[in-house]
Design a protein around this ligand. Sequence first.
Ligand code: GDP
Ligand code: MG
Length: 162
Amino acid sequence: MNLVIALVGRPNVGKSTLFNQMTRSRDALVADFPGLTRDRKYGEGNYENQRFIVIDTGGLMGDELGLDAAMAKQSLQAVEEADIVLFIVDGRAGVMPGDQVLADQLRRSGTQAHLVINKTDGQDPNLVASDFYALGFQSQFRIAASHNRGVRSMLEILLPTP
Ligand code: GDP
Ligand code: MG
């Protein structure tokens, strides 16, 4: 059976860009504005002859006060289908209220997620990292999805050795 990797996170953090890098396709819509990819999207990836499935989600609405219920549900359904959950945040934006809400939600549902800090291009790596310790994850990956930086080394660590 194929390993399933779910991408969750607020709109605009770069989930669809990462999906495209992981699946090397143009299947997931990459947009310059939040909230466009509303449905879960499935793609097939391959790393060193290991096949895996990637699920892209619409994520959560940018509402400061709470969650868009339908989108939160999409994320949770993707999480249930997944073997590995990647919680994507925007290294340029810093920790946003929606990140905290989603981190708490994942924790409450008992989901072991990996924190992935995206958009680290042109950023001081140490400053980027320190901001996100507040979310309470043990470890973190730092990537720049649009530059395909850090993606392969992340897969190398995440995927079981064949
Ligand atoms: P999604 O809403 O989480 O699916 O986010 P998208 O993949 O649609 O990306 C939102 C915006 O962030 C787009 O303009 C992307 O080009 C941009 N983006 C994605 N990854 C990176 C990155 O690593 N660095 C920078 N600078 N921009 C990125
Ligand atoms: Mg998207």
